[in-house]
Design a protein around this ligand. Structure first.
Ligand code: FRU
Length: 492
């Protein structure tokens, strides 16, 4: 076996043996988890040869972050995933410190090209370096090119970092390859740099697309850059954000969408607006792909560096991907909705129209931990209700709660009584104003995960729940009569 494949072969053998011991009942129903061990960022999300491919930051050997490999899974419906053998291991001089995040693109001759960050550890005679590498293959096996790293700090103008230089997003356009990568400028901090190449092997610097300028966090990680409904979007995951005065952005690791205009002639991105992508406690490093039918689909790591911890884990795997989401621009904002394929999992339906809740109430058929439920609050028809609450994953001991202040247009997500034993953030306060007199809450539960979509996807919030599976209650509460429509499906 060639020397540079031995680490990969070892990882493949290990994951095969370990994954066989993990029963399906120890996994979510439709959220992707690592074959075994640790998962962080989605990588290389693409549609290739009739399937979606999703790679991920992966340490098969432990449920905490470690030597970064790329794990791999495929799906045709974005819900049922089949693991593939690990795709990359940190087994060359260019990536001995880890194969960090990156993306994938199909080459003109039909191969799949992975572009990722190779970390060269400080032990190799210099400070730690991050540079971009390429591996090309058939969708299962990938050969790292001998030119690696193909894009290193020598391509950077003065002021940019050779250590914080990572997470290339690669695409092809007009017979050229382009790549946008995260960097940390010495004064402007987080920045996204654009490069171009005739062959994906020789790269030149084009421009800085945008930067934090110390307003939206420090290092900017995991960029994505694409057109959507008439605008150009730059998605980034900033480290060390500060909460702003109106509470729109929370402190720590955030996810933000920069909406703007791209002038391909002058190669200028003009930012017009910034908004959070997901307000949740457990969401980071999202990336997108284009579906064959033209939908822009996004998936994120459904954990966050602030919440992941390092204590003993419940399962022999740790980390999961969010439910893939369709992206749209509406009313000048980024909207996200669960991929429509989710409806293929709908089982038992309970539809309640125009019910009035006052006090605390549960409904026959409205419960469970594998659920897709939309609650429409008729705010205009409920003038005496100021406070509406939705409790779920409930039992006599535990619950998670969404509290809506209907007069102030505020929503609090609160999992502090969900069973967590950790002193990590458990609440988020966000804006949630009714549209045409109605507020809609769509909640998707898959065992230990909750994803909330407000007003048809105007805002999204993802969170993990350490709640025992038998906590299945869903309870509606109000301080005055509130009129609701409830559409509830169990998922299976
Ligand atoms: C984001 C990140 C990336 C990096 C990867 C390492 O979560 O820090 O910037 O490539 O994780 O696993």
């Amino acid at each position: 076996m060639p020397r540079n494949q031995s680490k990969l072969e070892a990882a493949r053998e290990f994951e095969r043996a370990q994954a066989a011991k993990i029963p399906a009942s120890e996994r979510p129903l439709f959220h992707l988890t690592p074959m075994v061990g640790w998962m962080n960022d989605p990588n290389g999300f693409c549609y290739y040869n009739g399937e979606y491919h999703l790679f991920y930051q992966y340490n098969p050997y432990s449920t905490v972050w470690g030597p970064m490999h790329w794990g791999h899974a495929v799906t045709t419906d974005l819900l049922h995933w089949t693991w593939q053998p690990a795709a990359l291991a940190p087994d060359t001089a260019a990536d001995a410190g880890g194969c960090f995040s990156g993306t994938a693109v199909e080459t003109p001759d039909g191969q799949l090209l992975l572009m990722y960050t190779g970390v060269q550890p400080a032990s190799t005679g210099h400070a730690e370096l991050q540079a971009q590498c390429v591996a090309i293959g058939n969708g299962v096996d990938f050969r790292k090119v001998s030119q690696n790293p193909v894009l290193d700090a020598s391509a950077l103008p003065a002021g940019y970092s050779a250590v914080d230089f990572r997470d290339p997003k690669i695409w092809r356009e007009n017979d050229k390859y382009y790549c946008a990568a995260g960097n940390r400028h010495e004064t402007r901090q987080g920045s996204i740099l654009l490069f171009e190449s005739p062959d994906a092997l020789h790269w030149t610097f084009v421009t800085e697309l945008d930067s934090s300028d110390n307003e939206y966090g420090r290092m900017w990680e995991c960029p994505d850059f694409f057109p959507l409904d008439g605008k150009q979007l730059l998605l980034v995951s900033p480290q060390e954000m500060q909460a702003n005065r109106d509470g729109e952005f929370h402190a720590g690791y955030g996810t933000i969408a920069l909406l703007g205009h791209w002038d391909a002639g002058t190669r200028t991105f003009t930012r017009e607006q910034v908004q959070p992508i997901d307000h949740g406690l457990d969401f980071y490093a999202p990336q997108t792909t284009l579906a064959p039918d033209g939908r822009r689909i996004m998936v994120g790591w459904m954990v966050n560096w602030e919440t992941c911890g390092s204590e003993p884990r419940v399962h022999p795997w740790f980390g999961r991907m969010s439910l893939p989401r369709e992206l749209h621009l509406r009313h000048g904002r980024l909207y996200q909705t669960p991929v429509r394929e989710l409806e293929t999992l709908w089982k038992k339906e309970t539809a309640l129209s125009g019910v009035t809740v006052y006090g605390s109430q549960q409904f026959e058929g409205v419960s469970g931990r594998h659920v897709d439920m939309t609650v429409t609050v008729d705010v205009d028809a409920s003038p005496a209700c100021r406070r509406f609450e939705l409790r779920f994953a409930g039992s006599d001991r535990f619950f998670t709660e969404v509290r809506c202040n209907l007069t102030r247009g505020e929503l609090v997500f609160d999992r502090s009584r969900s069973g967590s034993r950790r002193d990590i953030p458990h609440t988020r306060h966000i804006t949630a104003t009714p549209h045409h007199g109605k507020l809609t809450l769509r909640l998707v539960l898959d065992g230990e995960s909750a994803e909330l979509f407000i007003n048809d996807g105007e805002r999204a919030l993802s969170a993990l729940l350490e709640t025992p599976p038998d906590a299945q209650d869903i309870t509606f509460r109000s301080d005055g009569p509130v009129k609701l429509d409830i559409l509830h499906h169990t998922l299976g």
